[in-house]
Write a protein that binds this ligand. Structure first.
Ligand code: FAD
Length: 430
């Protein structure tokens, strides 16, 4: 039995698994196992919409067992990878450990949130990387509104109604735009303040929003957000954060109790200890997506550095690259198992889009710059087509339709960590 082990159930790992299962249908001699922290695949492009109630939490996730029924899924934490013994140590939440052997290993563990070591930022900001982050953002935003409702002190109320997002890349802009829509619409249900009291700020050290897109589209984005009443502060660096606000490098301070951090992606610690990581903490692969010098080891997605040619700039860490690398590496893994030649990976980016909500978006597709409603329609059509399974596509389409007809859900479901115990302490998050 030839054993293929995939680490990571995100865009790279799951698309590799899907390709392997479809190509290995009649190959009982090859076993495919996938290990991931969660038993579901998360469709990250819609995470900001989950954080702000326009799409239901469960509709942007799908169980990996349903998408890849012929792949063995192990829901576990990946602890260590040992190339010398060709084993991976994994552990279940309950604490029991297992060792898995492999003949070929695919590293697709993605990245983690990068706080750049800024004092207080990891402690006092909310990241937007996974599903629980989105749920926490939504709950925290609602909590701010609830607290503002009972607050008589005008300065404190102002602080509670100030929402800050740091990072004006795709994730930051989409999160800030959706968060602003969510809290302004929700404000109609409260008595102690109105939408006009809400202050939403997006800031970044870069000189403009969405630097990956053209200046024209960045200007459109900034103008759209400002027209809605948002504050866009570019060229300003976060220096530190605490429970009461954020200090900026220009000497100013923003008093806030809700600070979302979308400032960047850092290497996954699970691969940091490997001998093949480069000084940036990522794994450089060759044209075939193989790790040079390590037979049968492959890396793709956000944890890898994949370049179109030796010495060329690496492809950006996006889902559209990770999923294509996943499909391509699956073909090469089968080729390696069968002793056939490997094929080099090449991909020309189709385009990039950012959803600004309220039927507006920006997109650069095939050199064309599109903004406003046509870009929004394109964003929705494209991403709806990419969500795995017809059932989830229908559910998301229904959520969007209902969002046009009804106000957004503002029910705040407590997480175990939010639960107030009888003695006044807070419950433990499990
Ligand atoms: C809010 C947001 C919006 C985005 N929007 C877009 C977009 O519109 N378009 C686009 O192209 N890209 C977008 N991206 C980027 C895109 O999500 C990533 O580039 C893509 O997910 C990378 O795929 P990956 O497989 O490398 O990593 P991931 O998708 O991050 O998958 C990594 C997997 O490994 C698992 N894992 C990691 N460490 C461990 C461990 N120690 N043990 C067990 N499991 C582990 C994780 O749980 C996860 O399942 C967005 C990202 C975010 C956060």
């Amino acid at each position: 039995m030839h054993r293929i082990l995939i680490l990571g159930g995100g865009f790279g790992g799951v698309y590799a698994a899907m390709r392997l299962q479809s190509r290995l249908r009649h190959r009982p001699d090859i076993d495919v196992t996938l290990v991931s922290r969660d038993n579901y695949f998360l469709f990250t492009p819609m995470l900001p919409q989950v954080a702000t109630s326009s799409v239901d939490t469960r509709h942007i996730v799908q169980t990996i067992r349903r998408i890849c029924p012929r792949v063995k899924l192990l829901q576990a934490e990946i602890e260590t990878i040992d190339f010398a013994t060709r084993t991976v140590t994994i552990s279940h939440a309950e604490g029991h450990r297992h060792q898995l052997g492999y003949d070929q290993l695919l590293l697709a563990v993605g990245g983690v949130t990068n706080y750049f070591g800024l004092p207080g930022v990891a402690e006092y900001s909310l990241p937007i990387k996974n599903l629980s982050d989105a749920i926490r953002i939504r709950n925290h935003a609602l909590d701010m509104l609830e607290q503002a409702e009972l607050e008589d002190d005008a300065a404190l109320r102002k602080q509670l109604l100030t929402f800050v997002v740091a990072g004006a890349g795709f994730a930051g802009v989409e999160t800030a735009a959706e968060l602003d829509i969510f809290v302004r619409r929700a404000a109609k249900q409260y008595r102690n303040f109105t939408a006009a009291d809400i202050r939403t700020v997006i800031l970044d050290a870069q000189s403009r929003v969405l630097p990956e897109l053209s200046e024209q589209l960045a200007a459109f984005t900034q103008a759209t957000l400002e027209k809605r009443g948002m504050e866009v502060r570019m060229g300003v660096r976060v220096r530190s954060a605490d429970a009461e606000g954020i200090d900026l490098a220009d000497g100013t301070r923003i008093a806030t109790r809700m600070f979302v951090w979308a400032g960047g992606v850092a290497p996954n610690p699970v691969i940091a200890a490997l001998p093949c990581t480069n000084p940036r903490g990522r794994i450089e692969v060759d044209q075939n997506l193989a790790v040079p010098g390590y037979a049968g080891i492959w890396a793709i997605g956000d944890c890898a550095e994949v370049a179109s040619a030796p010495g060329a700039k690496p492809y950006p860490p996006t889902a559209q690259h990770a999923l294509r690398e996943g499909e391509h590496v699956a073909d090469n893994m089968i080729a390696l198992a069968d002793g056939k030649p490997l094929k080099p990976f090449a991909f020309t980016m189709i385009g990039q889009m950012a959803n600004l909500g309220e039927r507006s978006a920006v997109a650069m597709v095939g050199g064309f710059k599109i903004s406003g409603f046509p870009a929004w329609w394109l964003w929705r059509t494209y991403y709806l087509s990419r969500i795995p399974t017809l059932e989830r596509k229908i559910r998301v389409a229904l959520d969007w339709t209902l969002d046009l007809l009804f106000s957004r859900d503002t029910v705040k479901l407590s997480m175990p960590s939010d639960v107030r115990m009888e003695d006044g302490s807070h419950g433990q998050r499990n």
